[in-house]
Design a protein around this ligand. Structure first.
Ligand code: NAD
Length: 360
């Protein structure tokens, strides 16, 4: 099959890590007889340098007409880069925010996986880390408190700030459907996280999720309060498969879940709309401190490419092949600098990409 992929290499380490992910995808294409076509588009600082703005209308159109977008990371050193002297709407990050909005990406997926051989990097107690974990945090990205009405007023000389948390049932339903669909491709368990003992929006969330669950009888649904979930993530992370939650809870829990893996260079992510389309990128930034030095870990981007195959192209076997190749390379003791430990073999960005490619 043929797939059109819009590729945003971005800034800093972006071109290096996307280059390695493309190398892996080309090998997958050869082995499984697919034709992955890449169209390079500019966003962030790289686009500012050429067009004077972080995202052009033409770039948005190219992204919209592709099957998926594979991205590195954007942005530069926020204290020294001239991009940050520009007004906020012309800075690199403004491009990404606009692209997410234009593509209607309402579902954010962040897997948090602890690889057995990297368990030493996990900040949790040894007996907890030894259990391993493999979960997917699914966060609603375009509603809730961050998008509600807000204002600051003064009443009788006292300042008062008001933020509004709003969800309608359609917004909840579409993310819940995504959550159950993803769970069907995994261990078939959804933990829906809310604060239903206090918030009306959470009570609506819980009832809509329960309704959606009826269409997925194979998936086990449990409800968990957000405060309990924050505790369980450090106490017993192995219990989770898909964590489904609203915007602000997801913001906090996904950072907590990624921190317990202990390795930023390994964390993939995806943002999806209500079709099969998605934007796939590592969770980390553009790491300007190590850009161009062949030091960056390309695995987060390579695993993001695997997510693209699984969730946008329905190529589960091919995604499995990438994930297995990553695991094999780690099991053989190869590491980039960020995940290096005593007794392992340190390799650069390119070598890591090649090792994974060879094992597809
Ligand atoms: P960062 O994630 O880029 O870097 C934090 C630290 O982690 C650095 O020491 C870096 O060297 C290291 N690191 C990150 N990715 C790595 C990898 N793949 N391999 C090895 N080490 C890695 O965060 P930051 O320094 O706060 O931000 C740098 C720039 O990235 C900023 O301009 C920020 O706005 C941007 N940013 C972009 C995105 C995105 O594109 N979605 C996300 C976060 C930050």
């Amino acid at each position: 099959m043929q797939f059109q992929i819009a590729s945003i290499k971005g800034d800093g380490i972006g071109p290096e890590i996307v280059g390695e992910a493309q190398k892996v995808l080309k090998k997958v294409g050869e082995k499984f007889h697919h034709d992955f076509q890449f169209t390079e588009i500019l966003m962030g600082g790289a686009s500012i340098d050429v067009y004077g703005m972080p995202l052009t209308d033409e770039t948005i159109e190219t992204a919209k007409h592709s099957d998926a977008v594979l991205m590195g990371s954007i942005g530069g050193d926020t204290t020294t880069s001239p991009w940050y002297q520009l007004e906020p709407k012309l800075r690199p990050e403004a491009g990404l925010l606009r692209l997410r909005k234009e593509l209607n990406l309402f579902a954010n997926l962040r897997p948090a996986v602890l690889y057995e051989v990297l368990a030493d990097a996990c900040p949790l107690k040894k007996e907890i880390a030894e259990q391993g974990f493999d979960m997917m945090i699914m966060r609603e990205l375009t509603g809730g408190l961050y998008f509600g009405e807000r204002r600051t007023i003064e009443e009788n000389g006292i300042k008062k700030a008001i933020d509004t948390l709003t969800y309608d049932e359609n917004e909840i339903r579409r993310i819940a459907v995504k959550g159950f669909e993803i769970a069907m491709k995994r261990k078939k368990k959804v933990t829906s996280v809310d604060k239903a003992n206090v918030l009306d929006s959470s009570r609506l969330w819980r009832s809509v999720v329960a309704d959606v669950a009826k269409d997925y009888p194979e998936v086990q649904l449990e409800n968990m309060l957000v405060d309990n979930c924050a505790m369980q993530l450090v106490k017993d992370p192995s219990q989770f498969d898909v964590i489904l939650t609203e915007n602000m809870f997801g913001d906090i829990l996904s950072d907590e879940a990624s921190m317990v893996t202990g390795s930023i260079g390994m964390l993939a992510s995806a943002s999806l709309n209500d079709t099969k389309f998605g934007l796939y990128e590592p969770s980390h930034g553009s790491a300007p401190d190590i850009a161009g030095k062949n030091l960056a870990n390309p695995i987060a981007t390579i695993l993001s490419a695997a997510m693209m195959l699984r969730y946008s192209f329905d190529l589960d076997q091919e995604a499995d092949a990438i994930e297995k190749a990553v695991k094999d390379v780690l099991d053989e003791g190869f590491r980039t600098g960020d995940i290096m430990s005593e007794g392992s073999k340190q390799v650069g960005t390119k070598e890591m990409g090649s090792l994974i490619t060879e094992r597809i």
